[in-house]
Design a protein around this ligand. Structure first.
Ligand SMILES: Nc1ncnc2c1ncn2[C@@H]1O[C@H](COP(=O)(O)OP(=O)(O)OP(=O)(O)O)[C@@H](O)[C@H]1O
Length: 628
């Protein structure tokens, strides 16, 4: 069966009429699984919306327009226009084949502009390698009714499917042949998977992937070379998830770097188009830097703060306290204050003091860091008419839960059964970084419990998407001053290699640990923003500066270059080795390309990293010595 990235049942619901539905079911019944079919989605640079786009890496690209016109309503037609009798009198509309041809030619032009997708020699030199065609479907008109007429003069037979072609007893091969007959030219053709995705990149700008950094280039000079191919596009599973996020509750489990935040941003953008300021979309996460980052990306993409509100959970609670004049113990400080804040707001939502249903949709990133009561409250914030709640979860990154979580989404009011997706591919990290992160997190992530029950919390092991890069490095020196100097030299080297300041991050377990590195970078004239600074409020993502971040706050972020300092101080006091290892896993998986780790002393975490690097080097040497 063909793949329908928008979801078959979702398309079925969206079909305008019985004709489109009949075409959908015939495409489903007759096409094999290498075909991709989209219905009524914006396509190409002009965001046209043909009824169906059919694409096969073995056949090419076909545009279909469907008209469910009764024969009796067709008054006259030329090759350009059709005159129809409607309830509102006579109407002249564009000929469906003209519509379909215009779309198909536009897309062909776009593909022809991509050197990778054109013939480089032979009679078609410079022309697109992707065969294309167009056609129309007159889904209500039977062949016997037009036999003997001059119908084919304006609706050529090879370009027009009729009701008969949609019948259940049509052989799939014959139906497919009818589609191929609509192509302008056919020639032996097969696209590789990367080429297929390149075509998707051209067709659907909305599913293009941009690294987080690409949206915050300071001076446009960033060398984001590590990415293998600039034309990155959501994979089919991501596209399917992103496009099928409709109303109701949805839960997505995905490991570090699998595209959860990317999908959240995609969804927020889509929802923003329909959101009204009195019923905005709310995006919640735990970590402030991530909230600011998501907000920044959305604003860059033209989404206003009035339509999509992005907050950390606690900042949102503050908003509620201010707006509804709630009392939170005035003398409470620190942890106790935050607990009271959450409890007060939670109670107020329950009693109706803070109105439920305020938001047309709620999207939660890092839901693994949310306490049960927060998640329970979240379900009440969404307008029951839409019930649109999206929960993104990665059990492996839950760095605030003392013990492994085992709960039921249903008990929290989140209807996850049948509405859960699991993504497994890690796109962010190179294979080398991911291998090290996984080895260092040994034991923590081994217990995969995915898939058995939609309502449970699986721990999903990431699989590498295969991008290669340099091996991470461990720098071991005698003092923290030497460590800062060594890390600063690595930062200088990365800048000399063409990375921009905004591409660089230094992570540490505590804010205080960042200060030694900050002083050294400052001494060398390297612009930086550090969470360790006494006057630090928040990062300015548009400013050209290296970011010095605690490991906790780095969750959700990514940088082409990451240095993690102070491994000798891990585990911190009152922290177990497992907790430290989990945090280190989060830190390491922030690096998209280059990872440097440093220590000025011994600790079980330093041993773990050193051993893991040695084991990977042995494995690598083994692999290289294998005969080809
Ligand atoms: N299909 C893809 N092709 C190429 N890059 C991708 C793809 N999907 C995601 N990415 C990139 O991978 C990186 C990680 O994505 P994202 O930040 O959404 O992951 P995440 O699941 O939220 O990770 P984490 O939980 O670690 O924060 C981003 O740079 C994103 O652009």
């Amino acid at each position: 069966m063909a793949v329908f990235p928008q979801g078959l049942s979702a398309i079925d619901r969206r079909c305008d009429n019985a004709g489109e539905r009949a075409v959908l079911h015939q495409l489903k019944r007759c096409l094999s699984d290498d075909y991709l079919v989209w219905h009524d989605v914006p396509v190409g640079p002009r965001q046209r919306q043909p009824d169906f786009v059919v694409f096969s890496p073995r056949r090419g690209l076909l545009i279909l327009e469907v008209k469910h016109w009764a024969l009796s309503s067709l008054r006259s037609a030329t090759r350009d226009r059709v005159e129809l009798a409607t309830a509102h009198g006579l109407q002249t509309v564009a000929h469906p084949l003209v519509q379909a041809r215009t779309y198909a030619l536009e897309l062909n032009d776009v593909l022809q502009g991509d050197a990778v997708l054109v013939h480089d020699d032979g009679p078609f030199r410079g022309k697109s390698r992707v065969p294309y065609g167009w056609g129309c479907v007159l889904s209500k008109i039977e062949r016997r009714k037009i036999d003997g007429s001059d119908f084919a003069e304006v609706f050529p037979e090879h370009k027009t499917l009729l009701r008969d072609d949609l019948a259940e007893d049509v052989e799939p091969y014959d139906f497919e042949k009818r589609l191929w007959g609509m192509f302008v030219l056919t020639f032996p053709f097969a696209l590789s998977l990367p080429q297929r995705d390149r075509v998707r990149w051209h067709l659907f700008p909305e599913v293009r992937v941009q690294a987080q950094q690409a949206l915050a280039l300071d001076d446009g000079s960033s060398a984001l070379a590590p990415l293998p191919d600039l034309m990155q596009v959501m994979d089919l599973q991501q596209e399917q998830i992103a496009r099928t996020l409709g109303e109701g509750h949805r839960v997505i489990h995905g490991p570090a770097g699998s595209g959860k935040t990317m999908i959240l941003i995609f969804r927020a953008q889509q929802l923003a188009a329909a959101a009204r300021p009195e019923q905005p979309v709310l995006v919640l996460c735990y970590n402030r830097a991530l909230a600011e980052r998501i907000g920044f990306v959305l604003r860059e993409r033209g989404v206003s703060e009035q339509t999509v509100v992005v907050r950390t959970f606690h900042a949102w609670c503050h908003d509620m306290v201010r707006s509804y004049q709630l009392e939170v113990g005035a003398d409470l400080r620190g942890e106790a204050y935050f607990e009271a804040l959450a409890a007060t707001v939670s109670r107020s939502v329950e009693t109706g003091l803070v109105p439920g249903g305020q938001y047309s949709a709620l999207l939660i990133d890092e839901a693994h860091d949310f306490e049960d009561a927060w998640l329970r409250m979240a379900t009440r914030l969404v307008n029951p008419a839409t019930n649109a709640l999206l929960v993104l979860y990665d059990d492996a990154q839950s760095i605030y839960q003392k013990s492994r979580r085992s709960f039921s989404f249903a008990k929290l009011g989140i209807q996850a059964r049948g509405r859960t997706s699991v993504m497994r591919l890690n796109y962010r990290n190179t294979a080398e970084i991911l291998a090290l992160a996984l080895r260092c997190a040994q034991g923590l992530l081994d217990d995969e419990r995915a898939g058995a029950d939609d309502d449970a919390v699986p721990c999903v092991l990431p699989a590498s998407a295969g991008r290669r890069g340099p091996m991470p490095r461990l720098i071991e020196v005698a003092s923290e001053a030497e460590e800062a100097a060594a890390v600063a030299s690595q930062v200088e080297a990365a800048l000399a290699d063409g990375l921009a300041l905004g591409d660089l991050a230094v992570l540490a377990r505590t804010k205080a640990q960042l200060n030694t590195v900050a002083r050294e970078l400052h001494r060398r004239g390297i612009a930086l923003q550090s969470m360790g600074g006494s006057d630090f409020r928040h990062f300015d993502w548009a400013a050209p500066a290296a970011k010095l971040v605690t490991m906790h706050s780095a969750k959700g972020l990514e940088f082409p270059f990451v240095a993690i300092v102070g491994l000798h101080r891990m585990p911190a006091r009152e922290e177990s080795l497992d907790e430290a290892a989990r945090l280190l896993y989060v830190g390491m998986t922030r690096a998209t390309h280059r990872l440097v780790l440093s220590a000025a002393g011994a600790s079980p975490i330093v041993d773990r990293v050193r051993n893991a690097l040695e084991a990977l080097a042995v494995k690598d040497a083994g692999a290289q010595s294998q005969p080809l």
